[in-house]
Design a protein around this ligand. Structure first.
Ligand SMILES: [Zn+2]
Length: 386
């Protein structure tokens, strides 16, 4: 087995860790202890995953190395193991691996059918339509454990000047960033949206925090109709497109649009396939290419809407059923004939920003009705403070 992914034993730099914890604490207004507690929960959850690892997996080399590194660090700490997991002496490389590890036990064997490759969402921001600025999103996820929301309680008008939406953009294995600190992703975004005065500034702040997050593309826009998108499959790379003048922007699950980033993403996927003896004709490769096609369909569809964008036109695009490249998913398998999980569009969200309205459609689990066949629900929601 080729092992592209190694576990280099990075020396923990306590001073850097303390400085970053202080900065995270200052930004979020949470105590250092509260942040570390979140990490604690994460470690425990991950350890449960590790118990279920299939030792016969072709990737057992990775699992074994991970176990060994974790055991070594715990042993070294002796009775202080608990403190080690919580505190300043926690090795940074293990924090990183704990974060990226949970999908591992679910990865397919040899690039064949697996349970992980479920695509994550797509979103588009249109600054000008027949109903004013619009944010649209399809939430695509596995249907297991999905419970439709019964109601919607509008939050108090946010204080933020920037709104973000995101899609999953994971790698099976990422490479270690040189300078990792476990800033909680949601806290980081929330904090940046509150602090930044516009989309451009938010992108600058997120670039500074770049090595602290991966696996999520982000769409941003502000009240002045500035917008941006960030490609971010890896902790190590950051690519942003910032639109100072109002224009459409979008993101797609698992797809980086920046050409250089896309090439880098492909190289990491290739490294993963090499490590399991798979190739692009296997399940994972087919899945990634299907994600690319859906991105093309969305980008082309938005371009066609551009001369005269409308609510109905956007809704039609987000409920497109023509295959290949359908954007409304009804549980179809990723690869026909394979025992693969189906793909579902579980929710469709439209935000009519100037009307302060949130429109929602969601999969009816009881009646087994696809999202496009369920009634629209309308709720009040103010995205920006007035
Ligand atoms: Zn549909």
């Amino acid at each position: 087995m080729k092992t592209h992914f190694k576990l280099p034993l990075i020396q923990n730099n306590e001073a850097r860790f303390r400085a970053q914890l202080g900065e995270a604490s200052r930004l979020s207004g949470k105590s250092g202890d509260a942040i570390l507690q979140k990490l604690d929960v994460f470690v425990e959850r991950t350890m449960k995953h590790l118990d279920g690892v299939d030792r016969k997996s072709p990737m057992k080399g990775y699992a074994a190395a991970f176990h060994a590194a974790l055991a070594a660090s715990t042993k070294a700490a002796g009775k202080r193991a608990r403190d080690l997991l919580r505190g300043f002496f926690y090795p940074q490389h293990l924090i990183f691996h704990l974060r990226t590890y949970p999908p591992y036990p679910h990865l397919p064997q040899g690039g064949k059918a697996g349970a992980l490759a479920n695509e994550k969402c797509r979103a588009a921001y249109l600054p000008s339509t027949d109903v004013g600025p619009l944010l649209a999103k399809n939430v695509d996820d596995p249907i297991r454990n999905f419970k439709p929301s019964r109601s919607f309680v509008p939050p108090k008008p946010a204080e933020n000047h920037v709104v973000t939406d995101g899609t999953g953009s994971g790698l099976h294995f990422d490479e270690e960033p040189p300078d990792f600190f476990p800033v909680d992703y949601a806290t980081m975004l929330h904090t940046v949206c509150k602090a930044a005065r516009g989309a451009t500034e938010a992108v600058e702040m997120l670039e500074n925090l770049s090595s602290n997050w991966g696996g999520a593309n982000v769409l941003l826009f502000d009240k002045g109709k500035g917008s941006a998108r960030i490609d971010k499959c890896s902790y190590n790379r950051f690519a942003a497109k910032v639109n100072a003048v109002p224009c459409m922007e979008h993101i797609s699950g698992m797809v980086c649009q920046d050409p250089a980033y896309k090439e880098y993403q492909r190289s990491l996927r290739q490294a993963y396939l090499d490590s399991v003896g798979g190739d692009w004709s296997g399940y994972e490769g087919v899945f990634w290419e299907a994600c690319d096609l859906k991105e093309t369909v969305l980008a082309d569809g938005l371009k066609r809407l551009e001369p005269q964008p409308t609510y109905d036109g956007l809704l039609k695009l987000f409920t497109r059923h023509e295959k290949p490249g359908h954007l409304c998913k009804h549980g179809e398998p990723v690869v026909q004939g394979e025992p693969t999980p189906g793909e579902y569009t579980l929710q469709r969200n439209f935000y009519v920003i100037e009307k302060n309205e949130y429109h929602r459609w969601q999969w009816d689990v009881e009646k087994n009705l696809p999202t496009c066949q369920t009634p629209r629900e309308v709720f009040p929601l103010q995205l920006f403070a007035s």
